[in-house]
Design a protein around this ligand. Structure first.
Ligand SMILES: Cc1cc2nc3c(=O)[nH]c(=O)nc-3n(C[C@H](O)[C@H](O)[C@H](O)COP(=O)(O)O)c2cc1C
Length: 206
């Protein structure tokens, strides 16, 4: 059994902010549990927003030539995806939303180009979403979770776990919460175990 491949996507403009720190912990946990993890920092990439030209109708490929193609390859090849974004106006960050919209080419592929074909990886690939917001409202993550769940579905992934932290505002604030950091580390490791179990389950005779 090979080691699971995981992609970790940093969606905050802050390199050392709260969600980046939490995701780094999750990456460390996943690596310690034996995963091969690729890290993608969205603020370092050249990514156009979706231009809604729908040239992806031909074959599901996005025609805008920028760093999206590389991220797409990584995401298509992975078993697990860990996505981290702060809450900006009750939504994900602009960096994150741009990436999500570009993956609409995959939605087009699945639903229009390859309509009716089997989706062999559906439900076996797993996603983790990590987020933080400054306020403490009951509905802080509600809209974001709906959109992130649907995004993972486009990738043929279940939103397997979300780590959502309220009351974090300043850049290093999460450092004052070792319990949050430990939970993120543990989640990275648990994701690897869940992906390993999935491989065993699919390899076992029925
Ligand atoms: C443009 C912008 C919009 C924000 N909107 C919200 C919001 O709607 N609700 C909230 O609780 N916090 C909001 N925040 C605060 C961030 O979510 C919070 O500081 C978070 O911890 C940042 O995470 P990061 O360090 O990973 O970037 C906003 C911050 C910015 C810069």
């Amino acid at each position: 059994m090979g080691s699971p491949r995981i992609v970790a996507i940093y969606g905050s403009p802050r390199r050392r902010g709260n969600t980046a720190t939490l995701l780094k912990q999750a990456v460390a946990g996943a690596r310690e549990a034996g995963a091969h993890v690729e890290e993608v920092v969205l603020r370092d990439l050249k990514l156009s927003p979706c231009l809604e030209i729908y040239s992806c109708r031909q074959d599901g490929e996005c025609r805008i030539q920028d760093d999206f193609q590389r991220v797409r390859e990584l995401v298509l090849a992975c078993g697990g995806l860990m996505l981290a974004s702060p809450i900006f106006y009750y939504a994900v960050s602009a960096h994150t939303k741009i990436l999500m919209d570009r993956f609409h080419s995959l939605w087009v592929k699945r639903n229009w180009v390859d309509a009716g074909r089997d989706r062999p990886t559906a439900g076996r690939r797993k996603g983790v979403f990590i987020s933080a917001g400054a306020t403490r409202g009951k509905r802080l993550f509600e809209g974001t979770l709906l959109s992130v769940r649907y995004f993972f579905d486009t990738l043929d992934m279940d939103l397997w776990k979300s780590l959502l932290y309220k009351g974090l505002e300043h850049e290093r604030e999460v450092q004052e919460h070792p319990d949050y950091l430990n939970e993120a580390f543990r989640t990275g490791a648990e994701l690897v175990h869940a992906l390993n179990a999935e491989t065993i389950a699919t390899a076992a005779p029925t």
